[in-house]
Design a protein around this ligand. Structure first.
Ligand code: CTP
Length: 304
């Protein structure tokens, strides 16, 4: 008799504040270590005690983590550090095999390693941290955006705004005072491999009802997740169009978007309700576009 092998269960914890594609990429790599990925979302109180207040509260962070297609289960109000007691609970109650974290040091306020207990027990595995993105970086971009907006109130369409919106790593001049902001914009280098890693690789079935939704999906948040969930329920295959940076700047102001086209597209692609993304979709759903998509089959359009 062939016994079914027990699935390898892995645990990754984190704050997942202002969820971005770096977090998604960490979850993707963690899931690849085992068969089932359980994610512990650190409580607001624990984040406050260890790093300072999060921008997004617990319930939003839960929505974001649950929406990532590589996540199998979620534990709310997880502790920031792996204690002996919590590790025992993970092994006994949740049947975990390994605890996973990015290869960045995770030190507690007292200087000790948050994963020391798991490492000692031989139950720790590392994944590669994604370069060029962090919550701090996003907050920096948002601050730069606010400054840009106030500058633009006095000088219409500053060229710096355009540089910011289009992802050049220029620094912002401080309104002529000579000092400079240290905030830099996206350092993310999108590769075709990363896009493939995030993709589903499956087209719609022969009689699939395809739903199309488009938008900026800038700073991908719980509201985006909800509309994608609803859109997906309208059919069998959800095709999402992400508008390019120039289009968003033209429609919403030169200080937007905060995340560039590839960053926004990766966040959308990581969402479990999304089947495929048109990266840089036109603002208007043109006849050409509809006929291109129509070969899929029956198309239903909704607008975001
Ligand atoms: N992570 C990653 N790449 C990033 C950011 C985070 O691989 N660019 C990983 C972390 O190593 C961790 C998980 O995502 O395993 C959750 O990270 P989180 O607890 O939210 O903390 P930070 O590392 O502080 O992430 P950020 O600075 O973006 O808030």
């Amino acid at each position: 008799i062939k016994r079914k092998k027990k699935p390898l269960r892995v645990y990754m914890d984190g704050c997942f504040d202002m969820m971005h594609y770096g977090h998604c990429n960490a979850l993707r790599q963690a899931r690849a270590v085992g068969d089932q990925l359980v994610v512990g979302v650190v409580s607001d109180a624990e984040i406050i005690a260890n790093k300072g207040p999060p921008v997004t509260p617990m319930h939003e962070r839960m929505i974001m983590v649950k929406a990532v297609k590589w996540v199998d289960e979620v534990i709310s109000d997880a502790p920031y550090a792996i204690t002996e007691d919590f590790m025992k609970k993970l092994f006994d109650e949740y049947k975990m095999d390994y605890i996973i974290h990015g290869d960045d040091p995770c030190v507690l306020p007292d200087g000790t390693d948050a994963y020391a207990v798991a490492k000692k027990a031989g139950r720790f595995k590392q994944i590669k941290r994604t370069e060029g993105i962090s919550s701090t970086d996003i907050v920096g971009r948002m601050l730069l955006c606010v400054r840009e907006r106030s500058v633009s109130d006095s000088h219409n369409h500053s060229s710096l705004q355009r540089q910011f919106s289009h992802g050049h790593s220029q620094k912002l001049e401080d309104g002529g005072s000579g000092s400079r902001s240290g905030t830099r914009v996206s350092h993310f280098l999108p590769t075709s491999r990363r896009i493939v890693q995030f993709s589903n690789g499956k087209g719609p079935g022969p009689n699939a009802h395809i739903v199309y939704i488009d938008g900026a999906f800038d700073l991908f948040h719980a509201g985006h997740v909800e509309i994608l969930r609803v859109a997906r329920e309208l059919g069998d295959f959800l095709l999402v169009g992400t508008h390019n940076d120039q289009t968003i700047s033209a429609k919403r102001g030169t200080h937007r978007p905060i995340m560039n086209l590839h960053e926004r597209s990766l966040s959308v692609l990581a969402c479990r309700y999304v089947d495929e993304v048109i990266i840089g979709a036109p603002w208007e759903v043109s006849k050409d576009m509809v006929s291109t998509i129509l070969w899929f089959n029956l198309l239903r359009l909704i607008f975001f």
